[in-house]
Design a protein around this ligand. Structure first.
Ligand code: GLC
Ligand code: CA
Length: 556
């Protein structure tokens, strides 16, 4: 594989609204990110993905953009972003922006024009269709619940919105629209950002020939996914997008795409793929609080291991996944992977070791490094996210009581990962001097950055060590380019793998269970990291304590 500048990045995702507020309006901002750059630099990360900060009515927290060229005043100014890019650069950190080009906000001037004149120039920027007998053009369900079509007042037309009603989908068939997007992308790249995280890009092509589909829910609608995700022909757009923009700047691109057929993986993230990397979604639907895996945390972790390893084997030497456990769209990893009573330093610190040393780009989400978790709300009104409220309504329609629906929301709402960052034990956890837009987790006196900075045995310090090990000059090339071999695959309690390169063998051992487990194989080597004080061995085998995680190095 040809070496590229972005291969060894270690990413950190910032949800700006909840990171650090500097002007007491209760909302995080860009000056807040700048203020915390030293913290991030000490943590050791080398790339920041910042969720959308463009002008937006914030119906979907910035994923509904009304002006692609300007920063929303709530977050700061274009000048602030420039300063952030420069300050980050001084610390060896590259900034990547969120690129939302499947849809705009309904407040975008293009859409406003389209509504005034659906048959005019801007009508062609969106996906507008006439209704049928007073009904929407088809019965697709929006990904966030309800019909995916909304009527344009005073016309016969409906517009398609795969996400909230405030996010009309763009019409990629229109060359003019594509040109406008490419120009916007290139302007940002000119400003010096390192690249983009690309939102919802798997949906830019739609197959609208299908008409009404058999309903799959009490709402009479149908998910329709196969008609608007990774639809055949999408590659023409992806190729053009890459050639007209990203490639010219040799930038880093990280795409949100799930479920790519295996035979297309190489085209997407191979040496000359459309993107540098994509998120690996294979663990996203695993949650021990809810659904098929409810209460089955042990089997669930084993299933995650098998899926992750299978993917790694398929991709080996051909391309990179972005490996992560948390983001702003899922509940936090301790809650997703471990029952509350099993959450402790050992279990929380073994979690990142599972994925941090796999081939690929490791990514953290703000607060993951201190072990932030979600907390229960007693009222649905305590949630702000529209998708969460739509889901709640959906659960009621399915026949759940209000209590049951709220419980499910508490177990699953993505907004649980969006509580303000816990910096210290002061008012509002040091996030803001004002009234935070969303309640701080009441556990902030126990779980916060300042406290963990003062404690050498804290989770934060452990993450620091992990990152330092990933970047250590003796091992870095192996972590990035070494081969991947699964170890101890017969065990249903262990998550172990080996990375090899030029006679160097790095072995990662994670005990995912709350019991002692002995390895079948014999291993030795220098201990590079260990979340316990000691490592026991018996006749060459490792005796791993509950949730023990160890990395061993052997040089030949
Ligand atoms: C992506 C984002 C999510 C957003 C959606 C619509 O899935 O991660 O937060 O709501 O796209 O833009
Ligand atoms: Ca603010």
């Amino acid at each position: 594989m040809k070496e590229k500048w972005w291969h060894d990045l270690i990413g950190y995702q910032i949800y700006p609204k909840s990171f650090q507020d500097t002007n007491s309006d209760g909302i995080g901002d860009i000056p807040g990110v700048i203020q915390r750059l030293d913290y991030l630099s000490d943590l050791g990360i080398s790339m920041i993905w910042i969720c959308p900060i463009y002008c937006s009515p914030m119906m979907d927290n910035g994923y509904d953009i009304s002006d692609y060229t300007r920063i929303d005043s709530v977050f700061g100014t274009n000048g602030d972003l420039k300063k952030l890019i420069e300050e980050a650069k001084k610390r060896g950190i590259t900034i990547i922006m969120d690129l939302v080009i499947n849809h705009t906000s309904s407040a975008h001037p293009w859409f406003q024009e389209a509504c005034k004149n659906p048959e005019g120039e801007y009508g062609k920027y969106y996906i507008l269709r006439k209704g049928k007998n007073g009904q929407p053009p088809n019965n697709w369900r929006s990904l966030f619940g309800g019909s995916a079509w909304e009527k344009i007042e005073g016309s016969e037309y409906y517009y398609l919105h795969l996400f909230t009603v405030g996010q009309p989908d763009l019409n990629w068939e229109n060359e003019k629209l594509r040109q406008a997007l490419y120009k916007m992308i290139n302007d940002w790249l000119e400003m010096g950002i390192g690249g983009f995280r690309i939102d919802a890009i798997a949906h830019i092509k739609k197959d609208l020939t299908c008409g009404n589909l058999p309903s799959d829910g009490p709402d009479g609608l149908c998910s329709g996914m196969r008609y608007f995700r990774n639809v055949k022909g999408i590659e023409d757009y992806l190729k053009e997008l890459k050639e007209r923009t990203f490639e010219k700047y040799d930038c880093f691109t990280l795409a949100e795409v799930d479920d790519i057929p295996e035979e297309r993986l190489e085209a997407y993230i191979g040496e000359n793929g459309y993107y540098s990397t994509i998120f690996d979604f294979c663990h996203c639907f695993h949650n021990c609080l809810d659904g098929a895996w409810k209460g089955r945390d042990k089997e669930m972790l084993l299933d995650v291991r098998n899926r992750v390893f299978e993917r790694q084997k398929k991709m080996e030497g051909r391309g990179f996944f972005c490996n992560y456990q948390e983001n702003h769209d899922m509940i936090r990893i301790p809650d997703r992977f471990l029952p509350k009573e099993k959450q402790n330093f050992y279990s929380l610190s073994m979690l990142p070791v599972m994925y941090f040393f796999l081939p690929g780009i490791p990514m953290l989400y703000q607060g993951q490094e201190i072990g932030m978790t979600g907390f229960w709300r007693e009222h649905i009104e305590d949630y702000v996210d529209l998708a969460t409220h739509n889901n709640y309504q959906g659960y009621l329609e399915q026949g759940m009581t209000k209590e049951q629906a709220l419980e499910k929301i508490n177990y699953t709402s993505r907004e649980n990962a969006r509580t303000p960052m816990q910096w210290n034990d002061g008012p509002n956890a040091g996030f803001s001097d004002g009234m935070p837009w969303f309640a701080v987790n009441p556990d902030y006196q126990k779980v916060n950055v300042e406290k963990e900075q003062q404690d050498n045995g804290s989770l934060l310090k452990f993450y620091q060590k992990l990152i330092a090990l990933r970047k250590h000059c003796v091992y870095q090339k192996n972590w990035v380019y070494g081969s991947f071999t699964a170890l101890e695959e017969d065990s249903d309690q262990l998550w172990c793998y080996m990375r090899c390169r030029d006679g160097q063998r790095l072995q990662v051992f994670v005990n995912m269970s709350d019991e002692w487990v002995t390895t079948k194989g014999c291993y030795d080597g220098k201990v590079l990291i260990n979340n316990y004080a000691a490592l026991s061995q018996k006749a060459g085998c490792l005796l791993l304590q509950p949730y023990q995680a160890v990395v061993l190095a052997v040089e030949s």
